[in-house]
Every structure is written in structure tokens, then in C-alpha cells.
Write a protein that binds this ligand. Structure first.
Ligand code: PLP
Length: 358
């Protein structure tokens, strides 16, 4: 194709690399923080669930019934409002759209969740990534200086952080809430595994928004996220939401799935217990440095081996994890593994041991 047409594409878009998802066919999938367990209690009722969905009609535009159920399940405090997204990724995009403008930036922390940076670029905003300290905690000296200098429209705080898996210090986040000039979004995608939340703090801070998703708790295929906060702010975010962003099947299936929250909670408890087992096994390996985790995944560094070769060897043994692809910087020689079922985790640990012995 000639540049004549492609020149109409914004240069910052042409400069981007598309978000890459690895092909997992035939592999044990420990790369994407999915819950390995299925919700059999629900799938037995699929015919009824689907029959109740009127696919000839547009969905309820605000998904009122589902929003109410999610608010109850996720303990949204009285007085806070909510808006739903097609995954929390869409909520991040909606937030960026409502604040975007010349000389406005989105701030987060590096290493951090890549979508904050990507979506800033999609909407033509600057992204400022404040480096975390060596233990992947918030560096408050750098954070204060960056907030003062850049006056961010929004600060995203992943709590726990992805890809590092740790939970930032609560008092540090409180300080950020006090000094931030704009919105502060606490992204609690891993809440079932962290069991620590800012949700109950919403009434204290008008600039605080809390984001949740059903993805990591076991419903990633539905694509459903929720943003909670002051009604005045949520109302503005809701204006850029495409009218029917949560489809009929998702609304119906999510409402039904939420009837089995206790099952999902039990699954999360199993995953948390397995996480501790895996952390112990990894920390017993002298060639590996495993970082603390409050999520359903573990970041680890190879101290003597090349991460790319170890990643390839583990994949060749049938287990897909995530290569953080860093030759330098904070994630140098790091890999990330999602906590799966006990037998999947055992397969991963065995593959890792073999890779390290090779
Ligand atoms: C996975 C993840 C999300 C995205 O969740 P979806 O609801 O599946 O779009 C958001 N934030 C963080 C930090 C994540 O790791």
C-alpha cells in the first residue's frame, strides 16, 4: 500500500506495536492470570441462562440489574455510583477519553500495567511512568516530584501491581490521594487474591475511583469491569460509554454467575494457597529470585540463566508462561507465571527445574 493512505493514520498510532497475545494452543496456560477452574455450577444451567437473553433486542443500556448485583458483591459503599465496561480495559479507555487534551498526562508507575501507557497513546495523551524502587514499592520522593511537575489528569495505581504482583503501601497511596491534582484510580483487578481494598474509602476521597473486574476471579471470557466513585464523576465517564457496551449474553451470564460467588471465593482461596506453595518452591531454588505476591501470579528473576532460553525451554516442555522481555531495567531477566491448578503448577516447577539443569 502507498503512503498516501497510510499517512492519514496518526503517526503515534503507526509507531505502536499491536498488543501481542501468545498462541497457547496445546499448552498448559499459565500466562494470562486466568482462573484455571470452571464454574460447573453455572454451566449446568447454560440453556436456561441463554434462553433468558433476548438477542433480538438491544441490551439494557446501563445494565441496571447487573450493576446492582455487582455493587452488592463488591461492597460498593452507599452514595457511590458505578459504570460498567467491556472489561476494565474499556473503563481505562473511557477515563482517558474524558480527561484527554493538550498538555494533559496520564501517570502511573513502571514497571506497571501496559494498557495505561497504550491507552494514553491511543487518545493522544502523554504518559508519565514513575519508576518504582528496587523492591517494586512506590518511590515517594520520585512520586511527589513527578506529581508536582506533571500535574497528572489521572493517576492509575494497580493494587496489587501487574507485573510485579506486590501490594503498594497503603499510607503512600493515601498521600497520593491527598496531593494529586486530578483523579486517582485504584485498579483492584486482583482483589480476590489481595483481600485489601480502597473500596470502603470512597466516601473519604472525592478524587478516588476504584476499578474492579470479573476477569481474574474466573470470568475473563465475559469481558466485564466496574468503576465506582463519586456520582458527579461517574456521570461524566458514563457520557463517553458506547450505549450498549455490555452485551445481552454478558449481562445475563454475569448475573447468573454472581449467584455462585461463594464458589468463586473458594476457588480464589485455593489459588491463594497454591501461590504460597509455589512461592516456597521458587524461593528454594538458588538460581531464582521470586518476588512477593498478593496476586494470582508470581514474578521471578533468573540469577544465572538467560530468561528467554528458560522461557523457551519451559514452553517446549508444554507450559506457557510470560517472558517479560527485558534485557535491562527493573524487569531484567524476569519471567511471570500465573498460579494454576496444583498439577499445572507442579508441571511448571518441574519444567523450570529441568530448564535450569540444562
Ligand atoms: C488484567 C488487568 C486488567 C484488565 O482487566 P479486564 O477487565 O480483563 O480488561 C486491568 N488492570 C490490571 C492491573 C490488570 O492486570
Amino acid at each position: 500500500m502507498t503512503d498516501k493512505l497510510l499517512n492519514w493514520i496518526r503517526p503515534e498510532i503507526r509507531a505502536l506495536n499491536a498488543y501481542h497475545v501468545a498462541d497457547a494452543r496445546g499448552l498448559t496456560k499459565l500466562d494470562a492470570m486466568e482462573n484455571p477452574y470452571t464454574l460447573d455450577e453455572l454451566t449446568g444451567h447454560w440453556p436456561e441462562v441463554l434462553a433468558a437473553a433476548e438477542i433480538n433486542r438491544y441490551p439494557d443500556p446501563s445494565a441496571a440489574v447487573l450493576r446492582e448485583k455487582l455493587s452488592q458483591t463488591m461492597d460498593v459503599p452507599e452514595g457511590a455510583a458505578t459504570v460498567l465496561g467491556n472489561g476494565s480495559d474499556e473503563l481505562i479507555q473511557m477515563l482517558a477519553m474524558v480527561v484527554s487534551g493538550k498538555d494533559r498526562c496520564i501517570m502511573s508507575f513502571d514497571p506497571g500495567f501496559v494498557m495505561y501507557r497504550m491507552i494514553a497513546e491511543f487518545v493522544g495523551m502523554d504518559y508519565v511512568g514513575v519508576p518504582l524502587d528496587e523492591s517494586f514499592n512506590l518511590d515517594m520522593v520520585a512520586t511527589r516530584a513527578a506529581i508536582e511537575k506533571h500535574q497528572p489528569a489521572i493517576i492509575f495505581i494497580a493494587y496489587p501491581n501487574n507485573p510485579t504482583a506486590n501490594l503498594f503501601n497503603e499510607a503512600n497511596i493515601e498521600e497520593i490521594l491527598k496531593i494529586a491534582p486530578g483523579l486517582v484510580v485504584v485498579d483492584e483487578a486482583y482483589h480476590p487474591f489481595a483481600q485489601s481494598s480502597f473500596m470502603s474509602r470512597l466516601p473519604e476521597y472525592e478524587q478516588l475511583l476504584v476499578m474492579r473486574t470479573v476477569s481474574k476471579m474466573g470470568l475473563a471470557g465475559l469481558r466485564l469491569g466496574m468503576l465506582a466513585g463519586a456520582p458527579e464523576l461517574i456521570q461524566e465517564v458514563d457520557k463517553v460509554r458506547l450505549p450498549y457496551n455490555i452485551n445481552v449474553l454478558t449481562q445475563q451470564a454475569a448475573c447468573s454467575a454472581l449467584e455462585y460467588v461463594s464458589v468463586l471465593d473458594e476457588q480464589a482461596a485455593l489459588i491463594r494457597a497454591e501461590r504460597e506453595t509455589m512461592l516456597k518452591a521458587l524461593s528454594d531454588m538458588s538460581a531464582v529470585e521470586a518476588f512477593p505476591s498478593r496476586a494470582n501470579f508470581i514474578l521471578f528473576r533468573l540469577l544465572q540463566h538467560d530468561a528467554a532460553s528458560v522461557f523457551a525451554s519451559i514452553r517446549d516442555q508444554g507450559v506457557l508462561i510470560k517472558n517479560m522481555n527485558a534485557q535491562t531495567g527493573a524487569l531484567k531477566n524476569c519471567l511471570r507465571v500465573t498460579v494454576g491448578k496444583p498439577e499445572e503448577n507442579a508441571a511448571f516447577l518441574l519444567a523450570l527445574e529441568k530448564a535450569l539443569a540444562a
